[in-house]
Write a protein that binds this ligand. Structure first.
Ligand code: ATP
Ligand code: MG
Length: 318
């Protein structure tokens, strides 16, 4: 029995999440599903993008299926996703990237590094503190090694240890953990790593890196796949996990039935893998492939199908 909190959010979030939810319900009609209202629209209506009550509900969730949230350029508005990551301590951000001849898992540290949130402004400069702690590095390193053990047992450590003390610290801890786990490693400077992943994706298995480097690397790696509408991600904590498409709320296409629901549906595949149901996860992926092969695609993939039609087609293949 799992408690699943469903947060569609803004823009195309409420359009793509229903398709994903139907797929999840197909496998687990017995689970508890709790919808929550949060985000920019919620902020405009209630003055609060993430109420205390909603946060408490999220904290009690085993699994969270998250749509997307519009981040307005209003200084009074604080990012909901960042707050959730922090409050729930979702320390590992996972981005699978796979296709013909490659299958990569990017594991990004999600709570510290340059996104430590420790910032201040002085008279003639602004500072952001890059924090790399032993505990933070060790847990992400162990997590990445755990993933590598279940895959091809290879870990690449993306770093800039030649310039940054904080990265040299991160690198040492990752190497220690990899050695303990019996995982083969290679170290790569993040700048050349980004290029090499794009040129030779087949060389990589699991890649672990610090927060901002992981952010940049994952977006660059999106180039290897079919675009924003196709990519899922997971944010993993100690006892819970949040799954969200990589894309944002895409206000330009919202409300028109044009949004590609595949990224959201792939979130369900990740979720099923997370709870140990790999065969179901593979089944979802196959259903997606069949749907695309049948030409049932939204306009971003060159088709004419609507969000709902794609969702229904995927479901029909399960
Ligand atoms: P936000 O401020 O929420 O990040 P955004 O305008 O940056 O919104 P994104 O969702 O990040 O929008 O995506 C950028 C563009 O990619 C959108 O303008 C949209 O046209 C396209 N896009 C994103 N997601 C999808 C999707 N699921 N299906 C089709 N097109 C998409
Ligand atoms: Mg965006």
């Amino acid at each position: 029995m799992k408690r699943v909190v469903v947060a569609p959010g803004d823009g195309i979030g409420p359009e793509v999440i229903p398709s994903a939810l139907e797929v999840l319900r197909f496998f687990h009609p017995e689970w508890e599903y709790i919808p929550v209202y949060l985000g920019y629209e919620c902020w405009k209506r209630t003055g609060d993008a993430l109420s205390q009550r909603t946060l408490e509900t999220l904290k009690k969730a085993d699994l969270i299926l998250f749509g997307a949230i519009t981040t307005p350029p209003d200084p009074k508005y604080h990012s909901v996703v960042l707050r959730i990551r922090k409050e729930l301590d979702l320390y590992a951000n996972l981005r699978p990237v796979f296709g013909e001849g490659f299958d990569i898992l990017i594991v990004r540290e999600n709570t510290e590094g340059l996104y430590s949130g420790i910032e201040w402004q002085e008279k003639d400069r602004a500072c952001t503190l890059r924090v790399v702690s032993e505990a933070g590095s060790r847990r992400i390193a162990r997590f990445a090694c755990g993933c590598a053990k279940r895959r091809r047992r290879h870990l690449t450590i993306g770093n800039k240890a030649n310039v940054l003390k904080s990265d040299s610290y991160f690198l040492d801890i990752c190497m220690e953990e990899a050695e303990k786990a019996g995982i083969s490693i290679d170290k790569k400077y993040i700048d050349s790593l980004v290029l090499d992943v794009l040129q030779h994706p087949g060389r990589y298995d699991v890649i672990v890196t610090t927060n901002i480097f992981g952010d940049i690397l994952s977006d660059a790696a999106a180039f290897l796949e079919g675009g924003l509408g196709m990519l899922p991600s997971a944010n993993i904590g100690r006892h819970q996990a949040l799954f969200e498409p990589v894309h944002g709320s895409a206000p330009d296409i919202a409300g028109k039935g044009l949004a590609n629901p595949i990224a959201a549906i792939r979130c369900v595949s990740l979720l099923l893998k997370y709870v140990g149901e790999k065969p179901s996860a593979i089944e979802v992926e196959k259903a997606i492939q069949k749907t695309i092969a049948d030409g049932i695609k939204t306009p971003d993939l060159g088709g004419t199908a609507t969000t709902e039609e794609v969702g229904r087609a995927v479901l029909s293949h399960l």
